[in-house]
Design a protein around this ligand. Structure first.
Ligand code: ADP
Ligand code: MG
Length: 679
């Protein structure tokens, strides 16, 4: 079918449709042929034999050799799904990888995405019961499946892909799999990993075999800067134009940046410069890729570069191993990555931009050598590479808040956390801190056993803190009756990074002239949109991303369904009918509900500004981020700052910033709502 926006006259004609069909046929045919050209194809039979002979196998191979897309198809062809009796699951650390690979494989198998081949990511399930035999999913989703099916009985094969990424969910998954293997003798487990870590995985699974798929890789010339770069974005832009103006046009550029903001800033900059240069330089096709990028824009990175044009892919480290983009000849690598970092002694999680590991930058450089000899421009010094970079990235389990995971394990009946099989064990201190957090939330009792509330929190497809907010907003006498509002805000908070078109301030002033918190703003946006009958035009008029709100609505539906299932009732059925529907009252109750879920995220006003509170994690100075409504209210509208403010995100850039803030309008509320923490 014609794409939206294409000339409708031409699109409607038979000739046009026929031509489209021809193109599609040619495309599918070439996809089929190209399957045989991938390095894994030569090893197909050997691989299948080895899988037959071993319950667990590690598979190592160059990125792009066909592990993710081909292996599961070989398994189907070899009868592992037994005509639909069993499924094959392939886990990915990233949502984007799960969805885009599923799309590719459904194309290769010539089936409709969501039928035989589908994907499951949080808040989105594109599979069909009794039909889907191959399911790509995030590692976190398979982890959740253990809750309902602890033996994973519907699967005959599990492929843990990109295991070297060592996400928390992957680490826990391999532990759980190791546990059930003796009871599921028929289950096949494939662990796919880049070369780093392969041996570690093999040892973990009692020295299981490692299958190596030799890849093709052309030499990559590595260039370093002579001096450290103060501004790597500027340096990256300069390098892009240097390549673009001096090197032959055949050969696209891949730039590794740390996140959405950086990527969008760089894109704007590039477009501005290219616009100024006009026809003096060949055209650029700038394609960003990051986790929050709307799905329909993600596929652009795979589009063929038009003639007389160079594709510039601006990517997060998602392009390091999970996605393969053909045609890349130049890699520009500033050498940074954004990483969560949790400090148990302060109970703080920060998203930090840190230097990559050696393993990562080598992996990145390799992306330039897939189609032919390539070049990699590292925007740091050779000395730095040799002396400053860590050998390997630090596994997430060693740098994250473990509350969620511990709750899940306890709910799965794992009693002794210390003896649970793990590739790397978190520190006792980190474990203790997470247990304490769960106790404060009421998920564990003082003996460390999981409570009914804790079990309930596990059922929610969101963090336990958010689940607690929803629970309180329905059941707590101090703040019940606002479940509907809290469902909306919690859903919006899952998507806050991509709600607005352009600056948040500009968009929000179009929506509401005065609002007390970011939470209230999100609620207002959603409610107005709902009132407009979820219209696209309303979004355009108010500079809000329509697609994002559609996702929010979807999240909200799921959370709402889950609440209903658990017996939490919405306003219409509770004491809300005795409650005047005044915005203030609703807002107050919402604030209280959020305090019960995030007592650790409450900061207190001191003489120098806001500071974190609590026995162990108090005393850190934080500033309200300029993008927050609360910042505008306090700084620009000179509202009197509240003694306490609750935040959803803490980030470290030039200083410690808190984002998505909710002023607590009554000083006594923290102590009233969570006495065992605030006393
Ligand atoms: P691996 O998992 O070993 O890194 P993949 O199975 O992901 O390799 O990719 C194999 C090949 O399939 C890639 O080299 C690329 O040419 C092609 N490919 C994969 N995903 C896509 C996609 N979404 N669009 C187009 N081509 C793709
Ligand atoms: Mg892969």
């Amino acid at each position: 079918l014609p794409e939206e926006g294409e000339d409708s006259d031409a699109a409607g004609s038979d000739k046009y449709l026929l031509k489209q069909l021809e193109n599609e046929k040619a495309r599918l045919l070439s996809i089929k042929e190209s399957r045989k050209l991938l390095p894994v194809y030569q090893y197909r039979d050997e691989l299948l034999k080895s899988i037959k002979d071993n319950q667990v196998m590690i598979i190592v191979g160059e990125t792009g050799s066909g592990k993710t897309t081909q292996l599961p198809q070989y398994l189907i062809e070899d009868g592992y799904t037994q005509e639909g009796k069993f499924q094959i699951a392939v886990t990915q650390p990233r949502r984007v990888a799960a969805t885009s690979v599923a799309k590719r494989v459904s194309d290769e198998m010539e089936v409709i995405l969501g039928q035989e081949v589908g994907y499951t990511i949080r808040f989105e399930d594109k599979t069909t019961p009794n039909k889907t035999i191959l399911k790509y999913m995030t590692d976190g989703m398979l982890l959740r499946e253990f809750l309902s099916d602890p033996m994973l009985s519907k699967y005959s094969c599990i492929m843990i892909d990109e295991a070297h990424e060592r996400t928390l969910a992957t680490d826990i998954l391999v532990g759980l799999l190791k546990d059930i293997l003796p009871q599921r003798k028929d289950l096949k487990v494939l662990i796919s990993s880049a070369t780093m870590n392969a041996k570690k995985f093999s040892e973990f699974f009692n020295d299981c075999p490692i299958f190596n798929v030799p890849g093709r890789r052309y030499p990559v010339d590595i260039h370093y800067t002579l001096q450290p770069e103060a501004n790597y974005i500027q340096a990256a832009i300069t390098t892009i134009f240097q390549i673009h103006t001096t090197q032959p046009l055949s050969g696209d550029i891949l730039v590794f940046l740390t996140g959405q903001e950086e990527i969008e800033k760089t894109r704007d900059n590039l477009e501005e410069i290219a616009g100024r240069l006009g026809s003096q330089i060949p055209q650029l096709m700038i394609t960003p890729i990051y986790a929050n990028l709307p799905q329909e824009q993600q596929s652009r990175i795979f589009q063929k570069t038009p003639p007389n044009c160079r594709k510039i892919v601006l990517a997060t480290n998602i392009a390091e191993t999970s996605l393969t983009i053909d045609g890349i000849k130049y890699v520009i690598d500033p050498g940074y990555v954004k990483e969560n970092s949790y400090v148990p002694s302060t109970n703080m999680t920060q998203l930090l931009t840190v230097p990559c590991s050696k393993a990562s930058v080598d992996q990145r450089a390799g992306r330039a050598g897939r189609v032919g000899p390539g070049k990699c421009f590292r925007l740091f010094t050779k000395w730095s590479f040799e002396n400053e970079l860590e050998l390997m990235p630090k596994p997430e389990i060693l740098r994250t808040n473990l509350s969620h995971t511990i709750l899940l394990l306890l709910s799965l009946g794992v009693k002794d956390l210390l003896s649970f099989p793990l590739l790397d064990k978190p520190s006792i201190q980190a474990l203790a801190k997470s247990l304490e957090n769960l106790y404060i939330l009421g998920a564990l009792n003082s003996k460390g056993t999981i409570t009914q509330l804790g079990e309930m929190m596990c059922e929610f497809p969101c963090e336990p803190e958010f689940a607690k907010v929803l629970y309180s907003s329905a059941t707590n006498g101090e703040c019940n009756g606002v479940l509907d509002e809290c469902l909306t805000v919690v859903s919006m908070l899952h998507e806050t990074t991509s709600i607005f078109i352009g600056p948040k301030k500009e968009a929000s002033s179009r929506i509401v002239s005065e609002v007390s918190s970011d939470h209230a703003l999100y609620l207002e946006i959603y409610n107005q949109w709902a009132k407009s009958n979820y219209s696209r035009t309303w979004c355009q008029d108010h500079k809000v991303q329509y697609k994002t709100l559609l996702r929010v609505r979807n999240i909200r539906n799921q959370l709402s369904r889950c609440s209903k299932k658990l017996g939490l009732v919405t306003q219409n059925e509770t004491g809300r009918k005795n409650l005047p529907v005044s915005t203030d009252l609703v807002n107050n109750r919402m604030v209280k509900a959020f305090i019960t879920g995030f007592p650790m995220n409450v900061v207190q006003l001191g003489t120098t500004g806001y500071r974190t509170v609590g026995k162990t994690n108090g005393g850190l100075d934080v500033s309200i981020h300029p993008s927050s409504i609360v910042f505008q209210n306090y700084k620009e509208k000179a509202h009197k700052p509240c003694k306490y403010v609750l935040y959803q995100q803490l980030m470290l850039t030039s200083k410690e910033f808190i984002r998505d803030c909710l002023p607590i309008t009554h000083d006594e509320w923290p102590l009233e709502m969570v006495p065992h923490f605030f006393k």
